[in-house]
Design a binder for this molecule. Structure first.
Ligand code: UGA
Length: 437
C-alpha cells in the first residue's frame, strides 16, 4: 500500500488539501465532489479556496497524473483501496452536529461497494460516529463484502493547511479491528510523524478534546487581558512569561477579539452537547464560550466608549477573514465587528487581502460599506481605524500617512499588532487588548 489508490469524498478545506498532499507523497488520488461546477473548476486548474501553496501543489500533481477529480462516487469507490470521507459536518441551531452528509456518503459508498475497502472518516464528528457509519454501510450494502471503518481526524489550520498536512505533529488512527492498521500506517509513512493507533471512539474524542483545549487557551488569554487592563499590566508579557514554561507553551495564547472560524465555535458547542448526552455537564467549556462572547462585547464597548455616537461616523476596518492567510469569513469575529458597527449606523471603509469577495455575501453593499483594494486607503477621512484580523501586512501600514489622512487619529486594535508606545509617539489615540490602555 506504499502507493495507495486513495479516494477522497468532499473537496472542501480538509478534502482538497489532504488529497493534494497524499498525491504529493506519491499516492494515486481521486477527489470526488457531488458539485459538478466545483469539479469543473478543479479540472480546469482553478482552486475554490485560498490556501497558501495549494494551487501550485494541485497543478504539479495533476500534471504528474497523481491527482484527478470526478463527480461520481461510484467511480471513486470502484477505483480505490482507501476511501476518505471529508464532507461538512455543519452545526444545527441547538449546537449539535448535522451528520446528514456523513450518513448520505456512507449510504452511497454502501451502494457501490463490491470488494474490501478501508473507509476513513476525516471530517470532525461526534464520538461514536464511526460505529454509526459502519452500521449504515452494513445496512445499505446489498453485496456481501468486508470493510473497515477508521477514524482519522484532521488537525490542519486554515491558512497553514499545506504546511500542517505535510509536517503533522501526529497522526491519529482509530480502528475497530487490526486489519486496516498496516495500510493506514503505510499511507502516512511518508509524512514521518508519530502515529497513534487507538479505538475509533478515542480517536473521535481526541479531535474534539484538542480543539476545545486550544479554544480554552485562547479564552484564558482573553480573560487575562481583562485583568491586565484593570491592573495596568501587559497581557503579551504575561502570556509569554507563562508560555515559556514548556508545560504551557506560547502558542494559542494570543489575546484578541476572540476565536472564530468554522471549527472552534462549532466544535465547542458540539462537544458540550455530546458531553451532556453522555451525562456530564461540561461547565468549563461553557465558560470558554462565555468569555469568547464577552470579549467581542467588550471590544464593541471600547469602540463606543471612545467614539461615543457611532451614527454616521466613518470607521476603517482592516481585516474581514476570521484569521490571517485565509479568505474564509465563516463565524469571523471581524465580520461580527462590521455587522455591529453597521447596525449602529457607522459608515465603514474595509479591506482584506483575500476575503473581500466572500465578505460581500455577509455585509451590505452600498453606502454603508466601501470595499478598498489597498490597506493604505482605508484610514482616509476616518474617525477611527479598527484592526480586526491578524494579517501580518497590517502591521506594515504606512502610519505617517494614516495619521495624516484620518479625521481623528484613533486606532482600536483587536489583534495587538502595534506597539502602544510607538503609536502614542506618532500621535495616535491607541487602544488595544490587555495592554494597560
Ligand atoms: C482549528 C485548529 O487550530 C486546527 O488544529 C483544527 O484542525 C481546525 O480548527 C479544524 O477543526 O478543522 P482553524 O479554525 O483553521 O484551526 O484556525 P486557528 O488557527 O485554530 O484559529 C481559530 C481562531 O482562533 C481564529 O479566529 C484565530 O484568530 C483565533 N486565535 C488563534 C486567537 O484568537 N488567538 C490565538 O492565540 C490563536
Amino acid at each position: 500500500m506504499k502507493n495507495a489508490r486513495i479516494t477522497i469524498i468532499g473537496t472542501g478545506y480538509v478534502g482538497l488539501v489532504s488529497g493534494t498532499c497524499f498525491a504529493e507523497v506519491g499516492h494515486q488520488v481521486l477527489c470526488v465532489d457531488k458539485d459538478p461546477h466545483k469539479i469543473e473548476t478543479l479540472r480546469n486548474g482553478g482552486i475554490p479556496i485560498y490556501e497558501p501553496g495549494l494551487e501550485e501543489m494541485v497543478r504539479r500533481n495533476v500534471a504528474a497524473g497523481r491527482l484527478q477529480f470526478t463527480d461520481s462516487t461510484a467511480e471513486g469507490v470502484e477505483n480505490s483501496d482507501i476511501i476518505f470521507i471529508a464532507v461538512p459536518t455543519p452545526p444545527q441551531p441547538d449546537g449539535s452536529v448535522d451528520l446528514s452528509f456523513i450518513e448520505g456518503v456512507a449510504r452511497e459508498i454502501a451502494s457501490h461497494l463490491t470488494g474490501y475497502r478501508i473507509i476513513v472518516d476525516k471530517s470532525t464528528v461526534p464520538v461514536k460516529t464511526a460505529e454509526k457509519v459502519a452500521e449504515t454501510i452494513r445496512r445499505y450494502c446489498k453485496a456481501r463484502v468486508e470493510f473497515d471503518v477508521v477514524s482519522n481526524p484532521e488537525f490542519l489550520r486554515e491558512g497553514f493547511a499545506v504546511e500542517d498536512l505535510m509536517k503533522p505533529d501526529r497522526i491519529v488512527i482509530g480502528v475497530g479491528s487490526q486489519r486496516p492498521v498496516t495500510a493506514m500506517r503505510e499511507v502516512y509513512e511518508p509524512f514521518q510523524a508519530p502515529i497513534i493507533v487507538t479505538d475509533t471512539n478515542s480517536a473521535e474524542l481526541i479531535k474534539h478534546a484538542a480543539n476545545s483545549f486550544l479554544a480554552l487557551k485562547i479564552s484564558y488569554a482573553n480573560a487575562l487581558s481583562v485583568i491586565c487592563e484593570a491592573a495596568g499590566a501587559n497581557v503579551q508579557e504575561v502570556t509569554r512569561g507563562m508560555g515559556l514554561d514548556a508545560r504551557i507553551g506560547t502558542r494559542f495564547l494570543q489575546a484578541g477579539l476572540g476565536f472564530g472560524g468554522s471549527c472552534f465555535p462549532k466544535d465547542l458547542s458540539a462537544f458540550i452537547q455530546i458531553s451532556t448526552e453522555l451525562g456530564y455537564d461540561f461547565r468549563l467549556l461553557k465558560e470558554v464560550q462565555r468569555i469568547n462572547a464577552e470579549q467581542m462585547d467588550r471590544f464593541i464597548k471600547r469602540i463606543t466608549d471612545t467614539l461615543w455616537v457611532l451614527k454616521a461616523k466613518r470607521i476603517g476596518v482592516l481585516g474581514l477573514a476570521f484569521k490571517q492567510n485565509t479568505d474564509d469569513v465563516r463565524t469571523s469575529p471581524a465580520i461580527e465587528v462590521c455587522q455591529r458597527l453597521v447596525r449602529e449606523g457607522a459608515m465603514l471603509r474595509v479591506h482584506d487581502p483575500q476575503a473581500m469577495d466572500k465578505a460581500r455575501t455577509l455585509l451590505p453593499e452600498g453606502p454603508q460599506v466601501t470595499y478598498l483594494l489597498s490597506q493604505d486607503e482605508v484610514p482616509e477621512g476616518c474617525d477611527a481605524l479598527v484592526i480586526a484580523t491578524e494579517w501580518p501586512q497590517f502591521a506594515k501600514l504606512d502610519l505617517a500617512r494614516t495619521r495624516a489622512s484620518m479625521n481623528t487619529p484613533i486606532v482600536i486594535d483587536g489583534r495587538n499588532l502595534f506597539d502602544p508606545a510607538e503609536m502614542e509617539r506618532l500621535g495616535f489615540i491607541y487602544k488595544s487588548i490587555g495592554r494597560g490602555s
